[in-house]
Write a protein that binds this ligand. Sequence first.
Ligand code: PLP
Length: 379
Amino acid sequence: MKFATKAIHAGQEPDPTTGAIMTPIYQTSTYVQESPGKHKGYAYARGKNPTRVALEKCIASLENAKHGLCFSSGMGASDAIIKLLRPGDEVIATDDLYGGSYRMFEKVFAPFGISFKYVDMGDAAGIAKHISAKTKMLWVETPTNPLMKVVDIAACAKIAKEKKIVLVVDNTFASPYLQNPLDLGADIVMHSVTKYLAGHSDVVMGATCTNNDSLQEQLAFIANSCGATPGPMDSFLVLRGIKTLHLRMERHCFNGRKVAEFLKSHPKIDKLYWPGFPTHPNHEVAKKQMKDFGGMISFTMKGNDMQEAFRAASSVKVFSLAESLGGVESLIGHPASMTHASIPKAEREKSGVVDSLLRLSVGIEDIDDLIADLKQALG
Ligand SMILES: *Cc1c(COP(=O)(O)O)cnc(C)c1O
């Protein structure tokens, strides 16, 4: 089946008892057993719930994966992935990483003896020299947040295979519509389902996908043991959201391109980060591994003027000033004080997250209204 058909049908069968076309919200914590231990595959809802199972199959199908697992948030999914490791192990991660991932790595897992190294992966060939006997995992985010660097997934997969380490790709920014990391050789794909997959800013959820039976078994064990699994109502909302993923992504990409072109010629804007421009340093890689370039755009103001950035972020009327991304509504954010506030200033600025940087999640409203809004807000 092709993507659009899978988005609507994968994992979903009419309800066997009523024929309901929509997967029911199985709002239950437990399941009746025929005799002790004899049940229909469902014993307790932390481990398994039919609405969640339908969603896991749907997301797995969109990533061309054998297995999918849902978690109560993207961070819940990332937490489970890091718990595959043991004290003494090391992770090499993309340097401009989602702030929450950085915070979890450094504040939660580093004290347990897992170490993290942050490397510019814009040039994938440069990664190998950082790998030591301790390195057990490569953690790649692409496009990166918020600087829209694109990491060559196939090149990373080659290195990971050679060194026998696990390659994890946080595919949140691209969504499975734009990019399928497992097809390029990744071992695990992680999603903040909260963003494009759910798409309507009404649910927090995460997911992992893999083709590796052993990794799936370990992740499912961790999910059930540690308990960060989502409920059936949220699973239903995401199943519903995914039905329009392909249509939403088409419009996100169309609007994203128009907004990027508008910003490019704006006199107040200095640097513009969007992988669709041929001048973007990773444009060729983006073209190779992504279907289109998405609706995430970041930019800085001339003279790194933070006041200008604050004024613009506070003057929007159609865009909303908020954290998060990937919903139908357009958002603007100031990474240095919002999503990336937990990263020390020096560390942050080294990777380019300066004080005048603004990030847009371009939604699917009418493009004329979006451009007019940015025009008035930038002044
Ligand atoms: C939001 C986000 C996460 C965390 O997901 P939550 O659902 O908020 O827990 C991880 N990675 C990226 C790239 C994100 O944007």
